[in-house]
Design a protein around this ligand. Structure first.
Ligand code: ATP
Length: 202
């Protein structure tokens, strides 16, 4: 999956609709201190499902909504759309027929939040599943910010293993295993309860 385009509205310093294109090759974002370069990376991470305001350099999630400036009033909503091309085929089978996938996240100041896949409302789970094992994703290795290389080198082996598993494509199976284990446990509890009922009837 390759990021092709990002559209940002009301996110941090991007008060007006801003579209950035990422053609093949390397794209560099340059600008003076405080002009919003890191906010672009925050927007990418946020739309991919980041749930921690701290990881987006804020205290609460509402901090990502444009807070107003000398000449502009604050906004009530932030929206980011990220468009990926699927040409490398590293997408779940159900998306192979699409040449592009658009992921959108919206947040209102009252805390309401919405996710969309190709403009259709979806759950965060659907977004997480889309990115699993692609190397893209809020916590995957596609975003290496200042200090992350050092963190990876200093990390405990178990923490580093998370990145290796994502690259090897086993994250999806681990996640499915967790779901299956939960189902097994709830079925075991149901069987115990049924056993009790049967014992009472006898
Ligand atoms: P540097 O080169 O110093 O790392 P940068 O270009 O990466 O800077 P950012 O950290 O992306 O800059 O942007 C910081 C700017 O974003 C600040 O001017 C800050 O006021 C503004 N900003 C952050 N959150 C909001 C918000 N919710 N509303 C309005 N502006 C915001």
């Amino acid at each position: 999956m390759k990021i092709r385009r990002i559209e940002i509205i009301g996110f941090k310093s991007f008060v007006d609709r801003t579209v950035l294109e990422f053609p093949d090759g390397v794209t560099a974002v340059v600008g003076p201190n405080g002009c919003g370069k890191s906010n672009v990376v925050d927007a990418i991470r946020w739309v991919m499902g980041e749930q921690s305001a701290k990881n987006l350099r804020g205290r609460a999630m509402e901090d990502i909504i444009f807070a107003g400036s000398e000449n502009r009033r604050s906004l009530g909503m932030a929206e980011v759309s990220l468009v990926f091309s699927t040409e490398d085929g590293r997408v779940p089978a159900k998306y192979l027929d699409y040449s592009e996938i658009q992921v959108t996240r919206r947040l209102y100041r009252d805390g309401d939040s919405e996710y969309f896949l190709n403009k259709t409302p979806c759950r965060l789970l659907d977004i997480n599943e889309l990115f699993m094992d692609t190397g893209v994703g809020a916590r995957a290795y596609s975003i290496i910010e200042q200090g992350r290389i050092g963190m990876i080198l200093m990390a405990k082996p178990e923490e580093r293993r998370f990145l290796i598993e994502e690259a090897a494509g086993v994250t999806k199976f681990k996640s499915r295993k967790q779901v299956a284990l939960k189902k097994i446990e709830s079925t075991r509890q149901n069987l115990l309860r049924i056993g009790d009922v049967v014992a009472e009837i006898k």
